[in-house]
Structures are given as C-alpha cells and as structure tokens.
Design a binder for this molecule. Sequence first.
Ligand code: SF4
Length: 179
Amino acid sequence: MDTEKIIEQALKAGFTLAAPLDPKTIELLPEVRKMCEANTCHAYGTNWACPPACGTLEECAEKVKKFSRGIIVQTTGVLEDDFDSEAMLETSEKHKKTFSEFYEFLMENHSGELLALGAGGCTICKECTYPDEPCRFPDKMIVPMEGYGIFISDLCTKNNIKYNHGKGTITYVGCYLFK
Ligand code: SF4
C-alpha cells in the first residue's frame, strides 16, 4: 500500500491527524531512555514492551533502520481545564484503541514488515507475563515511542507536523514504520 493510501485509511480509522514520517529523522536519545528509567509512568520493568525488555538503544536502532517509510498518527482531545483528567484518560484510551486496531488493519492489508511505536506501555493483557513467561502476543505488542528513546515533539517538528494543538487540548502520538 502506498503511504498516501495508508494515511487515508488511518484518518478513516479515527486518528485526528496522520502524516508522512521520514524514518531518517528518528533519533534514539539516551536522555529520553533515562526518563523511562526515572519511572514516573510506573511502566519501566513491568512489561515486555518497555525498557529494559524492549532492548538497548543500539538494538532498537537496528530495528528502526530496516524501514524506509512511515507515518505519524495523533489523537487530540479537548480539555475543559488543565485538570480535566477524565478527558485525558478518554483521549488516551481512544488513541490506544485506534492504534491497536489500525496496527491489525496494517498487518492484514500491508505486505512486508511493520513496526508500531505507540504511547505508553503495552496494555494488551490485563496482566503482563513479564518477566516470568514469554510475551503472549509478540506480534501485536506495541512498544512506546519513549521506550525507543524518541523525543516525540521533536520528531513531529522534524516532519513538519504540529504537536501542540493549542491551550485546552491534549495529544497522544504514535507511529508506524514500514517498507
Ligand atoms: S502482549 Fe501481553 S504479555 Fe506481551 S507485552 Fe503486552 S501485556 Fe505483556
């Protein structure tokens, strides 16, 4: 499938924005990985998709370099005020759902290898098997962009994509890489 067609389908799937991503603009930064280690999201070391289980930055770079094309997707929600946690959660859930569903759509409709980098740790299973048993769904598992050391707002800027959609909004971001 060509990139324009994939973007069209991503918008149809429910993302509020979808645009081309040049994989050459992806930088994997140790500073971002350090933020994961600080564990403010409480996901570090709790699932196969997050560091340290998702691999070293060098291993992540090896995976990223296989891809020549990609898209960035966003889900933006409107907040009543800066403390509107209900709308934040709702937008986050919507983004995760759309992201997993569209990943499945790509797996079924796009020939060739794919890499999906989402927002936050993998939540496919109620309880992750990490670290005692292997991942139950390695093909569906979604790794967070931050886990790969990606500084999200910077990546959007490098690809001429708006990240901040104004006061009173919140935006969740993900990307799909393909050949
Ligand atoms: S698919 Fe399940 S077992 Fe695998 S990383 Fe996600 S939550 Fe863990």
